[in-house]
Write a protein that binds this ligand. Structure first.
Ligand SMILES: [Zn+2]
Ligand SMILES: [Zn+2]
Length: 434
C-alpha cells in the first residue's frame, strides 16, 4: 500500500497554487502599504515559549500542540500560533533597540492537533501582522483596516467585524474574581473543562463549545461591563477611529479569542460562506506579552488570518481563481534539423521571459498538438526540416487555430511583443482583481 499524507494535512496541487500565490501576493502588498516588513521565524521553538505566552489553560497549550523531545532531550513544539515566535525574535535580535515602533508581518505554516474539519487543518497557513511600540487605539484601527483591505482586495464580500475589549492588567484581576464567583455558583451546570478553567483562568470559559455551558455562559458577567476607565477610553477611541475609516463593526462582549495574552482590544472577522466555522481571521492587543517574555514594557497589537479559510470563502463566494500555470508556447518539432531549431527557439523564448516547453519524446504532430491543447498553451510553434531551411517556423494560435509563418531568428523578442505580460508567468503583477 502506498504511503498517504497524515490526517489534517493537505497537498496544495499545481492547479491550486496560483490562487495561493495571489493571496500571498495580496498579503505582501497590503502589509507593505501599511509599513510592515517581513519576518521569517523557525517553524519549531522551545515549548516554554508557548506555554508561557499563550497560557497553560488554553486549549492550544493544553491539548493542541505538537510537542516532542528532540534527539538532544529538549522539549520542542511546532508553532501553534504566529505571535509568540515573532515576539521572541523581536527581543532576541534586539529589534526593539533599533526600532521600538516596529511593524512586522509573516506568512507560514501553523500546527495544531485539532479535529480536522473544513478550513481547519492540523497544518494550516497563516498571514499575520504584529505592530510593536504603540499603545494607542489608532494603531489598532490601522491593523484592522489592513486586514479588511486585504480581504477586499481578494474580492471577499459579506464580511463582519466583531470587536471587544477584554481589559488590562489593572482591571482584569477584579473581573476574573467576579467571573470566578459566578462560575462557582453554577459549578454543577458547567462541564469538567470549564470547572478547571474557572479555577485557573476563568475568561477561558468563553471558548467552551459545549451546548450545556453556553446557557450558563450567556448569563456570565462580561469583561466589557467592568473594564477600567483607561480601557474604556481606548475602546471608545478605537470605535471612533473605525467609524472614521468607514469600517463597519459590531461590539461582541463574549469575544475573548482563545489566547491568554490579549489585553484591551480583541477582534474577529466573520465571512459569509464558511458555515459554522465562519471566523476567517482575528487578533488583538497584547500589551504585556513582550515584557512577560523578558523584554522592556512594549505595547503591541496584531492579527492572524488563515489562508485555507480564505480559499474556502473565495470558493463559496464564487470568486474566480487565477488561470492555471502553463506554458505560453509549446514548441513542436520534428526531423533532426527541426528538433535542433526547436531547442534554439525554446532558449530564445525562455530568454525573453516566456514560459515555453517542448516534448523531447517527440511523437506525431497530431499527438504533440493534443498535448499543447491539454497544457493550455496559447501558441504552438511548429518547426520541421522544411521550415528550418527557410529560417522560419509556423506559429499557431491555439485559440483561433490561425497559422502564420514567423522568422526563427529573434523569435523570443518577437513573441515577447505578442504575448501580454500577465499571461507569461501567471503571477499577478500588482493589478487589483476587478
Ligand atoms: Zn483596564
Ligand atoms: Zn464548558
Amino acid at each position: 500500500m502506498s504511503i498517504q499524507r497524515l490526517r489534517g494535512t493537505a497537498d496544495i496541487l499545481p492547479d491550486e497554487a496560483p490562487l495561493w500565490r495571489r493571496i500571498e501576493s495580496a498579503a505582501r502588498r497590503e502589509a507593505r502599504l501599511y509599513g510592515c516588513r517581513e519576518i521569517r521565524t523557525p517553524v519549531f521553538e522551545r515549548t516554554e515559549l508557548f506555554s508561557r505566552s499563550v497560557g497553560e489553560t488554553t486549549d492550544i497549550v493544553s491539548r493542541e500542540m505538537y510537542t516532542f523531545p528532540d534527539r538532544g532531550g529538549r522539549s520542542v513544539t511546532l508553532r501553534p500560533e504566529g505571535t509568540a515566535p515573532v515576539v521572541r525574535a523581536y527581543l532576541e535580535n534586539a529589534l526593539h533597540r533599533t526600532a521600538r515602533e516596529a511593524r512586522l508581518y509573516y506568512l507560514g505554516p501553523i500546527f495544531r492537533y485539532e479535529k480536522p474539519q473544513a478550513g481547519r487543518q492540523r497544518q494550516h497557513h497563516q498571514f499575520g501582522v504584529e505592530a510593536f511600540g504603540d499603545g494607542g487605539p489608532a494603531i489598532d484601527a490601522e491593523v484592522i483596516e489592513l486586514l479588511m483591505r486585504f480581504y477586499e482586495e481578494l474580492g471577499m464580500r459579506d464580511l463582519s467585524l466583531l470587536v471587544n475589549t477584554v481589559g488590562c492588567a489593572a482591571c482584569r484581576p477584579a473581573f476574573n474574581g467576579r467571573l470566578a464567583a459566578f462560575l462557582a455558583s453554577r459549578r454543577p451546570d458547567i462541564c469538567e473543562d470549564c470547572r478547571r478553567r474557572s479555577d485557573g483562568n476563568p475568561l477561558r470559559v468563553f471558548d467552551c463549545k459545549s451546548a450545556g455551558c453556553a446557557a450558563v455562559i450567556a448569563e456570565a458577567p462580561r469583561a466589557i461591563e467592568s473594564v477600567c476607565p483607561a480601557c474604556r477610553v481606548h475602546f471608545d477611541g478605537l470605535r471612533a477611529l473605525l467609524d472614521e475609516a468607514g469600517i463597519a463593526h459590531t461590539v461582541r462582549p463574549e469575544l475573548v479569542r482563545g489566547i491568554d495574552y490579549y489585553t484591551r482590544t480583541a477582534f474577529e472577522v466573520l465571512a459569509g460562506g464558511l458555515g459554522a466555522q465562519n471566523a476567517v481571521g482575528g487578533g488583538g492587543r497584547y500589551d504585556d506579552l513582550v515584557e512577560s517574555l523578558g523584554g522592556p514594557p512594549t505595547p503591541a497589537v496584531g492579527f492572524g488570518t488563515g489562508i485555507e479559510r480564505i480559499v474556502m470563502v473565495m470558493a463559496a463566494q464564487g470568486i474566480a481563481a487565477p488561470p492555471p500555470d502553463g506554458a505560453v508556447v509549446s514548441v513542436i518539432a520534428w526531423e533532426p534539423e527541426g528538433i535542433a531549431a526547436g531547442r534554439r527557439a525554446l532558449r530564445s523564448l525562455r530568454g525573453a521571459g516566456i514560459p515555453a516547453e517542448m516534448d523531447h519524446r517527440g511523437g506525431s504532430l497530431r499527438s504533440q498538438l493534443r498535448r499543447a491543447h491539454r497544457a493550455a498553451a496559447a501558441y504552438a510553434l511548429l518547426v520541421g526540416a522544411a521550415e528550418c531551411a527557410r529560417g522560419a517556423a509556423r506559429l499557431k494560435d491555439m485559440r483561433t487555430g490561425e497559422e502564420r509563418e514567423v522568422p526563427l531568428e529573434g523569435i523570443g523578442a518577437a513573441m515577447g511583443r505578442l504575448a501580454p505580460a500577465e499571461n507569461r508567468t501567471g503571477v499577478p503583477g500588482g493589478r487589483r482583481p476587478s
